[in-house]
Design a protein around this ligand. Structure first.
Ligand code: BGC
Length: 423
């Protein structure tokens, strides 16, 4: 694990706080301290993490930035378990979805409800998002951003070379375009062979095959619609079509290296959350000219979302408790959420921030989320832990990954999926 220490010399520190109205005024007590354990290590993610460090340090906190390599966060979660066992929990930890509440059940989280009330977060954060920052109705975390997973990223130049000048509008057109690119010597779909990446693609395959009501019933309400097996089989058939347009070097490839294949013109498409967009930006690419972002065809009316919650862990010592409060308040501030989300490719969790600062894909995300919220098609991403319990999600992800790796037929995968989520 790489650890960046955010402390400054006293001289620099005093100068910074004088300029930026800190939340903490130096006095006889120790300087407030905070540490965030997270997995933002790709170039685009690291640029966004740097904005977080800047805002937290400016608020007078001695900040330790602790990134753990590995998209999707499974390595970071291993580190977290080891640290909690060693009674050395970080002040805050990036955790996605319902796993936050699972740490609450283990009595590992700090209640920050008083701060939430004072700051009126309940009034500015939409209800569907609050669920991922609370445990038993009380705030135990803060989230700066909402991502969504049903996006396609496309290289316009590669597609122009095979005669495609518009984003595909239907699943058929999408698969057809990927096949065309593949026949011309490109990779149709850039993909990294890791369980969370195949599962992320499955979010969209299922949503496209079954529609939002089916997705909601199966993944969010835990019901089993009568046509469940047939729809799952159709979703797996879509996954099989995609398996035919990936390359044979994909095993264990990190997601951002798959994005780089689209950026560098090796591949036509990638299905990935909107954290992919900053990878294009840091490479100097422009939306419309060099790349397109569009919703996975067949899922346009819905948004499968995931929040990055920073869960507040129980820490000892006044300087850490105080640092945790200041950290939480900074993360929920409009100034931070605006600057951070532009860099991260996501949308603020506060609904009182205008989307005008965002580039095209970000503006579309703001609009899509607002529309989906009205239509009730704003759905938690199963892949990123916002639907199903962690145990069910892990069991289902294993089936999805074995199928996408070619070890299960569409039919057997559908049968095993129903078994996995019935636990
Ligand atoms: C997180 C994103 C992150 C992505 C890839 C997702 O689980 O929500 O913030 O960029 O993983 O690392």
């Amino acid at each position: 694990m790489a650890t960046r220490i955010g402390g400054r010399s006293t001289g620099t520190f005093l100068c910074v706080i004088a300029l930026s109205t800190p939340l903490w005024i130096p006095n006889a007590f120790a300087q407030p301290r905070a540490e965030l354990l997270h997995w933002w290590t790709s170039p685009g993610e690291a640029a966004a993490a740097e904005i977080l460090s800047k805002h937290v340090r400016r608020s007078g906190v001695q900040y330790v930035d602790s990134p753990v390599l590995g998209g999707g966060g499974s390595s970071a979660m291993k580190t977290l378990r080891a640290r909690v066992k060693a009674r050395n929990a970080p002040t805050a930890v990036q955790i996605t979805g319902l796993e936050v509440a699972e740490w609450g059940e283990r009595d590992a989280l700090n209640d920050i409800d008083a701060l939430a009330r004072a700051e009126r977060w309940s009034e500015v954060v939409p209800k569907p998002f609050q669920r991922y920052m609370k445990f038993q109705g009380r705030w135990v975390g803060v989230a700066p951003n909402v991502h969504s997973t049903n996006w396609v990223w496309a290289n316009t130049d590669v597609l122009a070379k095979v005669g495609i000048t518009q984003p595909p509008r239907t699943w058929r057109e999408f698969v057809g375009a990927a096949r065309k690119a593949q026949s011309a010597g490109f990779v149709g779909l850039a993909y990294g062979g890791q369980t969370w990446q195949s599962t992320l693609i499955f979010d969209s395959a299922l949503l496209g095959a079954g529609g939002p009501d089916f997705y909601r019933k199966l993944f969010i309400e835990g019901r089993r619609p009568g046509n469940a097996h047939a729809v799952l089989e159709q979703a797996y058939a879509r996954m099989s079509e995609l398996r035919d347009v990936i390359d044979d070097q994909s095993a264990n490839r990190p997601w951002n290296l798959a994005t780089a294949m689209v950026i560098n013109g090796r591949a036509a498409f990638q299905i990935m959350g909107d954290w992919a967009r900053p990878e294009f930006t840091v490479s100097g690419k422009q939306v419309g000219r060099d790349f397109w972002c569009f919703r996975v065809p067949g899922t346009e009316d819905s948004v499968t979302f995931n929040l990055d919650t920073f869960a507040m862990f129980k820490v000892e010592g006044a300087e850490k408790v105080q640092g945790q409060q200041i950290f939480a308040k900074t993360v929920m501030s409009p100034a931070f959420q605006t600057e951070f989300n532009v860099a991260k490719g996501s949308v603020p969790t506060r609904s009182d921030i205008a989307g005008s600062a965002f580039e095209e894909c970000g503006r579309r995300a703001v609009q899509d989320i607002a529309k989906a919220s009205k239509r009730q098609t704003l759905l938690g991403s199963m892949a990123l832990g916002h639907a199903l319990g962690t145990e069910q999600k892990d069991a289902l992800s294993d089936v999805i990954h074995r199928h996408f790796s070619g070890f299960l037929s569409d039919k057997d995968a559908a049968t095993e999926s129903l078994r996995a989520i019935a636990r």
